[in-house]
Design a protein around this ligand. Structure first.
Ligand SMILES: NC(=O)c1ccc[n+]([C@@H]2O[C@H](COP(=O)([O-])OP(=O)(O)OC[C@H]3O[C@@H](n4cnc5c(N)ncnc54)[C@H](O)[C@@H]3O)[C@@H](O)[C@H]2O)c1
Ligand SMILES: [Zn+2]
Length: 370
């Protein structure tokens, strides 16, 4: 893929770091890593699918830069983000005779990034790590911001740490091998940035979204850069989600998590697909509450449908079944004193944290939603 590499910065003082976005970054990773390395040793963690195509150029570039390396290859999929795999991963890393100056390199989607980041946070009480995200979701969301986690029996992402990478290399070339369904799911998170805080970006996506998903180099770079810039700004303001700023990134996610839980966190509904439908539901609920206009909700629904992402509960067999979804929402971290916190839109490009949503209103809304 052609195009130029752009550089952004996550401003977090001495934990700040660069995000590079553009083509050719895996093949040149060695030169980007070298200045950050206290010891010229890297442990690359990837999964079997990503490893097949993207490991070799990375290894070659580390060789060229004179960086010693080991590779650890995990099975693909969400099932890898558990304690058993985590235990094996840290044992395998420790078997490489690491020191604090060793660099862990996460090459893959959000699964590899999350487990590898958590390993980096805990190994020797913290070793350096670099994210090389290879899914659109990981490039626009999970690789930036320092949330790392694995899943526990009690639920998703319950064991983790805030731990920032030293560098993020979002290589647009890697997206060429990503299945279209995964690409579209990641695209939903891109739309989220427009909907919560940048109406102009949504307007642009509404016109150019298809080009982004067809991997037109200029369009995909602009989508990733705009998303990363927004995430970087939000993280710089509210690194640990103690205020309302970072919480805005949960837009579409409270509905989305309930949908994922109800459909079994698997292939039936990918995370980004659940977020897409969750965003449509958040707009429709806001219209019903008199917070947002129907025109905006219709625009969002049309865009998401045009991008072949889900917009209807009925397609999942969940129309007219509010109880199942409400039960999952009741377990959400964001429930307090019987009131649920939702991120709701006032209009496209302007979302806020609503702490006063009532269960009765939600039940009535979900009972009627098609
Ligand atoms: N830390 C955060 O802030 C954060 C934010 C959002 C999501 N997440 C986590 O991210 C995970 C989901 O990430 P994901 O959607 O990237 O899933 P993933 O890592 O499972 O990747 C999806 C699939 O695509 C394959 N793949 C990855 N890159 C590829 C490429 N370039 N070519 C071909 N195949 C490729 C993978 O092997 C996998 O089968 C979840 O566990 C979620 O909890 C974390
Ligand atoms: Zn998400």
């Amino acid at each position: 893929m052609s195009g130029t590499v752009e550089q952004l910065r996550v401003e977090l003082g001495n934990r700040g770091y660069d995000i590079l976005v553009g083509p050719g970054l895996v093949a040149t990773a060695g030169t980007h890593l070298l200045p950050l390395m206290r010891r010229k040793q890297a442990i690359i963690v990837t999964d079997e699918i990503v490893g097949r195509t993207h490991l070799r150029p990375l290894v070659e570039s580390l060789d060229m830069a004179g960086i010693a390396h080991h590779e650890i290859i995990l099975p693909p999929g969400e099932g890898t983000k558990d304690l058993a795999h985590f235990g094996r991963l840290v044992d395998d890393v420790l078997a490489c005779n690491i020191e604090r100056g060793t660099m862990l390199v996460a090459l893959g989607g959000g699964v590899v990034g999350d487990i590898c980041g958590f390993a980096a946070a805990t190994l020797l009480r913290g070793i350096d790590f670099v994210q090389i995200p290879t899914t659109l979701l990981a490039q626009v969301d999970s690789s930036v911001g320092g949330k790392t986690a694995i899943n526990a029996t009690a639920g998703k992402n319950l064991l983790g740490a805030f731990y920032q990478p030293r560098l993020v290399l979002a290589d647009s070339d890697t997206l060429a091998t990503l299945p279209r369904r995964e690409l579209l799911a990641g695209y939903a998170e891109t739309v989220k940035y427009g909907l919560i805080a940048d109406a102009g970006f949504f307007d642009w996506l509404d016109v150019e979204g298809r080009k982004v998903c067809d991997l037109d180099p200029t369009s995909v770079n602009r989508a990733v850069i705009t998303s990363c810039r927004m995430k970087a700004e939000i993280v710089a303001q509210d690194e640990r989600e103690t205020g309302d700023t970072r919480a805005l990134l949960n837009f579409g996610h409270t509905f989305g998590h309930a949908l994922e839980a109800e459909t079994g966190f698997g292939d039936a509904l990918l995370h980004g697909e659940a977020v897409a439908l969750g965003m449509v539901l958040a707009f429709d609920f806001a219209v019903r509450q008199g917070i947002c206009t129907g025109q905006d909700a219709t625009r969002v629904r049309r865009h998401i449908a045009r991008m072949a992402l889900p917009t209807e509960l009925g397609a999942l067999g969940l129309a007219g079944k509010p109880e199942a979804l409400l039960a999952h929402m009741g377990k959400d971290k964001k429930v307090r004193d019987g009131r649920i916190t939702l991120i709701l839109p006032r209009r496209i490009g302007d979302a806020y944290v609503a702490r006063d949503a009532s269960w009765a209103d939600l039940r009535a809304f979900l009972a009627d939603a098609a």
